[in-house]
Design a binder for this molecule. Structure first.
Ligand code: 0O2
Length: 214
């Protein structure tokens, strides 16, 4: 078998077949990481009788969204630039009940020997000005093909149900107003973000109290 290559130095070329090769890799990487996360969740249930993941969503970024992102970065729209600069082509979202689950999961993911954590953005400890909270990890996973191994990136977003609810609405509003929502709406969102943080903190405290009785 050929040596390991990273997706960045894997030659994709610039035709339809190259696009198919790239999407094949991202689909494979998403499947690989999804299976890993499901196994981690099952193991956790087996040992602790507790489910840290409420549900999992995944998607492959649409070509339209990839092009928008490359333009936002001021990059020429090429397959090689997409691979080099767009880190969230394969995206997995883990939705949990409690903030503490987020850090448990992040730690478990970080301990996996066959995944490399490329970067972390903790928008929970440092929320965005809009109020956005979520924990983002870019991991790289080796995809074993018949003649070579290619390390491929996957973005894992981890957040609570409440954070996810907020982010879905904010995402819709962001796109509706193309990033220029009226101040009353932005203010309303910041107010809701505060309520989401309070709700998460109170639910966590309640859950910890309940656990003392078990
Ligand atoms: P879409 O339309 O959801 O795909 P960088 O790593 O700094 O070059 P990037 O990739 O924007 O830039 O990193 P980041 O901040 O980790 O964001 C990755 C994704 O997280 C975004 O992808 C969004 O899906 C989500 N996200 C980030 N910030 C916000 C936010 O303020 N509100 C909401 N609702 N989602 C957010 P895209 O490609 O920007 O968007």
């Amino acid at each position: 078998m050929e040596q390991i290559q990273s997706e960045n130095n894997f030659d994709f070329g610039e035709d339809v077949e190259s696009w198919q090769a790239a999407t094949f890799l991202y689909n494979a990487a998403a499947k690989e990481v999804l299976t890993k996360l499901e196994i981690l969740n099952d193991e956790f249930v087996h040992i602790h009788n507790y489910n840290p993941i409420e549900h999992i969503k995944h998607r492959i970024k649409t070509p339209d969204s990839i092009v928008k992102k490359l333009k936002r970065y001021g990059k020429e729209v090429t397959i090689q630039n997409m691979v080099n600069y767009v880190n969230d082509i394969a995206g997995i979202r883990l939705v949990c009940s409690f903030t503490s689950d987020i850090y448990k999961l992040a730690e478990m993911i970080g301990r996996q020997n066959d995944l490399t954590v490329v970067s972390i953005k903790d928008y929970i400890r440092s929320p965005k000005e809009s109020g956005y909270k979520s924990y983002h990890m870019i991991v790289s996973v080796p995809i074993f093909m018949s003649d070579r191994v290619v390390d491929t990136k996957v973005e894992i977003q981890i957040r609570t149900i409440a954070m996810d609810f907020w982010a879905s609405l904010e995402h819709k509003i962001y796109y509706k107003f193309e990033g220029n929502a009226p101040e009353s709406i932005s203010k309303g969102l910041r107010h809701c973000a505060k309520m989401v943080s309070d709700l998460d903190a109170q639910m966590l405290a309640l859950n910890e109290e309940i656990r003392k009785y078990q």
